[in-house]
Design a protein around this ligand. Structure first.
Ligand SMILES: Nc1ncnc2c1ncn2[C@@H]1O[C@H](COP(=O)(O)OP(=O)(O)OP(=O)(O)O)[C@@H](O)[C@H]1O
Ligand SMILES: [Mg+2]
Length: 304
């Protein structure tokens, strides 16, 4: 559904995307992650025909993004991070306007509007002014609008940013429902790594390069080992002890906890508890998360 080969984009002499190669299968949820400035928006803008690549080839639904822009635009829906609905119009008026922009045939508009409102559970609010909608309802309406013209690919740029956890969960329910019922391909960026977990595959971009691409499960397995989180009365002293006395893969201080990455947590913890001089106040063992994967590949947290 999406095929990217040798994609490069430079702004004057600055290379924002170096040499990207990836493809996305039909019906796949593809998570696209990276720290600030990695080149994610640049890539999405090229894939959605808003920006010209410097070189390389990109096809969406079989259409070249530079040669068949209109065909590409008919094939995609975009849900932007910021609200782009007209608040002074009702839900129905917003959707009608979009139908006109996208050339949905007049005879099909009414049925299609009802259909997409049903998908996001907003049928009862069809005649309500958007300014009266809650944040979560507005997001759902944006999603509905993105679906009006039967896109094959949906680009979701931070679709749940700024929403409360309950509404976030709700929006994700709809996104998953869409994947199941309509087989839409989703290209997703998010700064919430727990959300990225729902992706079938994830690409991590950094400094214009795609540095990892795999299923969330494989990425975490690739990291291997366990994370032991330790809290002590003096974390700095404890870290010095750990560095000199133990065999750890990685050691870092995060949110008042020492994060120890070890090959085998059983062996580590049993000898650690006996040997550590600094008084221990807390200990937890966990498997690597996507956050750990991200940190290990980019050396940075996903947020600045
Ligand atoms: N129009 C432009 N002219 C010059 N440089 C640009 C332009 N747009 C983006 N850049 C640079 O290209 C790099 C990639 O930017 P991009 O917006 O693609 O990053 P991003 O991964 O979307 O980051 P964020 O997470 O902050 O949204 C950055 O260093 C940015 O400063
Ligand atoms: Mg961006």
């Amino acid at each position: 559904m999406i095929d990217v080969q040798g994609l490069q984009k430079s702004y004057k002499d600055f290379q924002a995307v170096n040499n990207s190669n990836f493809h996305v299968e039909e019906g796949e949820i593809f998570g696209f992650l990276g720290p600030n400035g990695a080149g994610k928006s640049t890539t999405i803008n090229i894939l959605s025909t808003m920006l010209q690549p410097t070189s390389g080839s990109v096809t969406i639904n079989g259409y070249d993004v530079t040669k068949h822009q209109n065909r590409v635009r008919e094939s995609i829906g975009i849900i932007f991070q910021q609200n782009t609905l007209d608040e002074k119009l009702t839900a129905k008026e917003n959707l009608k306007l979009h139908c006109k922009f996208y050339g949905v045939p007049r005879s099909k508009r009414k049925a299609r509007i009802n259909e997409v409102l049903e998908i996001v559970d907003l049928t009862d609010s069809i005649n309500l002014l958007v300014e009266k909608f809650s944040g979560g309802m507005q997001r759902r309406l944006e999603i509905a609008r993105g679906l009006l013209h039967y896109p094959k690919v949906l680009f979701l740029d931070e679709p749940t940013v700024g929403l409360d956890p309950q509404t976030r969960a709700h929006v994700w329910e709809y996104i998953l429902k869409l994947k199941e019922n309509e087989n839409i391909t989703m290209f997703l960026t998010t700064h919430y790594l727990d959300e990225a977990e729902i992706s079938d595959r994830i690409a991590i971009m950094d400094h214009g390069d795609i540095i990892a691409i795999d299923t969330p499960r494989n990425l975490k397995q690739q990291l291997g080992g366990d994370i032991v989180e330790i809290k002590t009365t003096d974390n700095e002293a404890a870290m010095k002890e750990i560095e000199s006395d133990f065999d750890v893969v990685d050691l870092s201080l995060q949110d008042g906890f020492i994060n120890c990455k070890v090959e085998n947590s059983d062996a580590f913890v049993s000898s650690f508890i006996k040997t550590l001089q600094t008084p221990l106040t807390g200990l937890d063992i966990r498997k690597p998360t996507l956050n750990d994967v991200f940190l290990s590949f980019t050396g940075r947290e996903i947020r600045d």
